[in-house]
Design a protein around this ligand. Structure first.
Ligand SMILES: Cc1cc2nc3c(=O)[nH]c(=O)nc-3n(C[C@H](O)[C@H](O)[C@H](O)COP(=O)(O)O)c2cc1C
Length: 458
């Protein structure tokens, strides 16, 4: 058994129904309070008490309206529709915590890198180096239509745009202001000779000027990614420090971790520097029997229609036109190919009907549901770490914040007893949680490092 530290992220979206479908109807759920700042402050405090590395906030930029060609089912079930902006509660959460990081999802397809780089730098300033960015290219056609396009850019072109977006953002974060550009002495605030225009002239972006912000503690935020298509994996291998995985069995995760680590090595990076975090829902109680009873209670609230609305949007396929009890054939859509592969190719032992998918994902969404006493859960988490080659978990919160609190109160102490999670934070920035105390800037083998300011050779 590996003795490496298990890394923990908490998984949320600012919405009513995120990974689970229909569970907001459970009397203990506070999911409807996603609009209250108190709800987020309480979440942040719980996760910091559990010594989580970070809160990961997912996002989507359009309503889920593939199922039945309408938004109705998503609205009735509150399935990621409505959803609030993921960035705006972060400063407040940072104010009530000292170490917890914030990994926030922002789409490279719909932002301008110049303004976006400043937003991340601002959050890195305000959180004192605790910000991370989950780079997504977005897969909802409804987002494209509401954000100035008639339809989405094709899948691989969205990654080409993202690739150039990264280059522009890295130039702004790493290369525009020298470390000692801010003088703050005498009459001078910043030395103009040490602030450089980035001069980017590319296919999708022209950014001639200087970064509008002072360098922040981490400069480049910790980069996360979750692509599973070949082009998505290649992107993760080049850029990601944290890789989010959505799989149901350790062996399925292993194919991804092995492949992305191999690609990272080919790209000249230390494969061990990429940390893989698998989605997991943990239902824990003092005894196995109590935990099973808790799961059975939660399952009573699962909405099959809500689940179908969610997975229709993920698969780019209106599951309402299919017979709910007929196996789904492999369909090559322009959308979330990786997700589709997970169901139909990587787990051929199951006949995936629309109803079976909706029931299967009702509580756990895109990952396993691990149920039992603290010891049972810890055993299973350790098995995943060893067999999947992952570094930790992205713990979901289907009954917010009860599931996070149960995990923190029951599972974390058991993992601490086993020496598998830390009892206290070792650094103050998010990147130090990844790479160890003192490592606040991107490592030298990360592509952002090549954009650091260098004196021109004369
Ligand atoms: C754990 C996990 C979390 C994700 N979170 C988001 C998200 O918040 N917003 C989003 O638009 N896409 C999200 N995605 C989708 C991925 O960014 C990616 O588009 C998807 O896995 C398909 O991969 P591909 O683009 O390489 O085909 C997530 C995927 C996974 C596996």
């Amino acid at each position: 058994m590996s003795d490496q530290r298990i890394r923990l992220h908490g998984l949320r979206q600012s919405t009513v129904g995120h990974t689970a479908s229909g569970l907001w109807r459970h009397p203990d759920s506070q999911a409807h309070r996603y609009r209250d700042l108190d709800y987020w402050l309480e979440t942040a405090r719980i996760l910091e008490r559990g010594r989580f590395d970070a809160l990961f906030i997912a996002d989507a930029l359009g309503p889920l309206e593939v199922y039945q060609g309408r938004v109705d089912a998503a609205l009735r079930d509150g399935i990621q529709t409505p959803t609030d902006d993921p960035l705006l509660a972060i400063s407040a959460m940072a104010a009530v915590t000292e170490h917890l990081g914030f990994a926030v999802t922002v789409s490279s397809t719909y932002e301008q890198p110049y303004a976006f780089a400043r937003k991340m730098a601002t959050l890195d300033h305000l959180t004192r180096g605790r910000i991370g960015w989950n780079v997504v290219t977005s897969a909802l056609d409804s987002a494209a239509r509401n954000l100035g396009l008639t339809k989405q850019l094709p899948h691989d072109q969205r990654y080409a745009v993202a690739e150039e977006f990264m280059a522009v953002a890295y130039k702004l974060w790493e290369g525009s202001w020298e470390d000692d550009a801010v003088v703050f002495s005498g009459d001078t605030f910043a030395d103009p000779a040490k602030v450089h225009p980035v001069g980017h002239d590319g296919t999708y972006y022209q950014v001639p000027g200087i970064a509008l912000f002072e360098p922040s503690i981490q400069r480049t935020p910790v980069i996360y990614q979750a692509g599973t298509s070949p082009v998505g994996r290649a992107f993760a291998a080049r850029h990601a420090e944290g890789v989010f995985l959505s799989t149901y069995r350790p062996d399925m995760a292993r194919t991804l971790t092995d492949d992305i680590r191999a690609r990272a090595a080919t790209a000249g990076r230390d494969p061990g520097a990429l940390k893989f975090l698998a989605i997991a829902t943990v239902i824990v109680a003092e005894t196995d029997a109590e935990a099973q009873a808790k799961l059975a209670d939660y399952q009573r609230y699962v909405s099959v229609e809500g689940g179908l609305a969610r997975w229709s949007a993920l698969m780019h396929l209106d599951l309402s036109v299919l017979d709910p009890d007929k196996p789904l054939e492999y369909v090559d859509t322009d959308g979330i190919r990786g997700m589709l592969e997970l169901f139909t190719t990587l787990d051929p032992t199951r006949r995936w009907t629309p109803r079976a998918i909706a029931e299967f994902v009702g509580v756990g969404g895109g990952g396993p549901v691990i149920v039992g006493s603290p010891a049972t859960v810890a055993d299973e988490l350790e098995r995943w770490i060893d067999e999947a080659g992952i570094d930790g978990f992205n713990i979901a919160d289907p009954i917010p914040p009860v599931t996070f609190r149960d995990f923190t109160d029951l599972v974390v102490p058991e993992l601490q007893r086993r020496g598998r999670v830390w009892t206290d934070y070792e650094g103050s920035t998010l990147r130090e949680s990844f790479h160890g105390p003192g490592v606040t800037r991107v490592r030298p083998d990360h592509p952002a490092a090549q954009y650091r300011w260098k004196e021109p050779q004369s």
